[in-house]
Write a protein that binds this ligand. Structure first.
Ligand code: BES
Ligand code: MN
Ligand code: ZN
Length: 501
């Protein structure tokens, strides 16, 4: 399951390994590395392409054995499409396909020359880091609850990634270190998301945070139980948990990697470990997927882990608002009114709009960390899936420079977000005749009115909200957590620290 990554600059035909990975473009055009092997092999590759066994379409592969003029057991050719069209997504697809193919062979190690390909505007650091993250992603499996844990990846133990020259080695080394840390954060996030609701409760999430705290000295963990939250006055968060046998938790993780005086970034995760909808109960179809309603929390844990591993010189706080949303005799009824930690009162018109109810108290709580930036991450609205599908996370913010930085981090990492407006015209939908606000707007613009609700608790903060309802997990036959938006968040923090590039 674990794979070791290294970098190297050298000639492809001289690589002694179980598998050499080379790119070929459409129209029988060879990449520079493939051309070198073609020369040393007496046009062996060119002859094969001429026979039409590989047309160079992106992600198509052809495995060759005993290629003359090489010292590798195998040569894997992979199609890279048209050279001019090769972009970031194409690069990731090529890396993914090659690892998928190689791991199903007996090859124990491979040397990939894919990072030598030219991607407009992307440097060695980017290409190596992306290669590490994409390769890791292929090898993820969640089999903790299978009685026989068959390992898919039999033999591939070591992947060597090429860099063009020796002077690229330091950037490559850093990229491997960062890529592995991000990959570990993503893996951790995915495994928490995939974990079933009966084994992933608010208390389990708290234990996970405490375990991180034991592993890393720089992390201080504090967990508030329902009594502590009651004393503080977190009436909104508590209202969500009151129908469940599972007690809620507010989990705080403080990483001090910077100076004492550096204002922290605070990440707040929605941690609804199962969302039935409560008394406003959800229909049965695909209800199992509401175990993923804690993916915001999982992304906070995943990002925290990656930052700890990278030892970024900054201060980072993770706050997780964890609860289970259940219907019962003690559950919130539509129309019930609660007082939030901020003092603002909320009329709960729909108990299925529970994410904002736990997040608003966490937002108010975050003020005590005197943060520079606060970002909340939540599987908040089905409307976001309708608007953006599964390709982009929704982004809403009261601070434009922050929104811009997050959008850029999304582009760099390939874990993209798209901004929606947070205009006051939308906010009016939340007015209530009986309380300071209702917890839902009308039918229109559900993602925006949800964010408007949160913004009422973020007035004192430079704040952004990521709605990951569409991006946190895949449905259908490749059902499973994606680990998003850990790549986006870690990239934002790397950029902020001027690390990487
Ligand atoms: N966790 C859901 C949002 C969700 C639904 C995410 C489906 C992914 C897939 C959230 O708690 C919710 O139920 N939101 C409601 C809000 C509505 C009642 C205003 C929704 O989106 O229907
Ligand atoms: Mn809900
Ligand atoms: Zn929910």
């Amino acid at each position: 399951m674990t794979m070791e990554f290294t970098i190297k600059s050298g000639n492809p035909e001289k690589q002694r390994c179980a598998c050499l990975i080379l790119g070929v473009f459409e129209n029988k055009r060879l990449s520079a590395a493939a051309r070198a092997v073609d020369e040393s092999s007496g046009k062996f590759l060119g002859n094969i392409l001429r026979k039409g066994d590989l047309n160079g379409k992106i992600g198509d592969t052809l495995m060759l054995h005993n290629v003359p003029g090489t010292v590798a057991d195998r040569v894997l050719l992979v199609g890279c499409g048209r050279e001019r069209d090769l972009n970031e997504a194409g690069y990731r697809k090529i890396i993914t396909r090659t690892i998928e193919v190689v791991r199903n062979t007996g090859a124990a190690d491979a040397v990939s020359f894919i990072p030598d390909l030219n991607i407009k505007g992307r440097d060695v650091y980017w290409k190596i880091k992306q290669a590490v993250e994409s390769s890791h992603s292929v090898l993820y499996e969640f089999n903790e609850f299978k009685s026989s844990k068959k390992k898919q990846s039999k033999s591939l133990k070591k992947l060597t990634l090429s860099v063009p020259t020796r002077k690229d080695l330091p950037a490559g080394e850093l990229a491997i270190r960062h890529g592995e840390a991000v990959a570990h954060g993503v893996e951790y996030c995915r495994s928490l998301g995939d974990r079933p609701g009966n084994a992933c409760t608010p208390r389990y999430l708290a234990e996970q945070a405490q375990q991180l705290g034991r592993k890393y000295k720089a992390l201080k963990v504090k967990v508030l139980d329902e009594v502590a939250m009651e004393e503080l006055g977190m009436g909104s968060l508590l209202s969500v948990a009151q129908g469940s046998e599972e007690p809620p938790r507010l989990i705080c993780m403080e990483y001090t990697g910077g100076r004492k005086t550096d204002k922290p970034v605070v990440l707040i995760g929605k941690g609804i470990t199962f969302d039935t909808g409560g008394i406003s109960i959800k229909p049965a179809q695909q209800l199992d997927e509401m175990k993923y309603d804690m993916c915001g929390a999982a992304s906070v844990l995943g990002t925290m882990r990656a930052v700890l591993e990278m030892e970024l010189p900054m201060n980072l706080v993770g706050v997780i608002a964890a609860a289970e949303n259940m219907p019962s005799g003690s559950a919130t009824k539509p129309g019930d009114i609660f007082t939030s930690l901020s003092g603002q009162t909320i009329e709960v018109l729909n108990t299925d709009a529970e994410g904002r109810l736990v997040l608003c108290d966490a937002l108010t709580y975050s003020e005590r960390f005197e943060p520079d930036i606060v970002i909340d991450i939540a599987t908040l609205t089905g409307a976001c899936v309708v608007a953006l599908g599964k390709h982009a996370s929704g982004l809403l913010s009261n601070h434009n420079p922050l929104a811009r930085d997050l959008l850029n981090a999304g582009e760099t990492s390939g874990d993209r977000a798209w901004q929606l407006p947070l205009w006051e015209e939308y906010d009016k939908a939340l007015n209530s005749p009986f309380a300071d606000m209702a917890n839902i707007g009308g039918r229109d613009a559900g993602t925006i009115t949800a964010a408007c609700f949160l913004s009422r608790f973020a007035k004192k903060l430079r704040w952004a909200h990521l709605d990951i309802a569409g991006t946190a997990w895949n449905t259908g036959n490749n059902k499973g957590a994606t680990g998003r938006p850990v790549p986006l968040l870690t990239q934002y923090l790397l950029d902020r620290n001027g690390e990487g590039n």
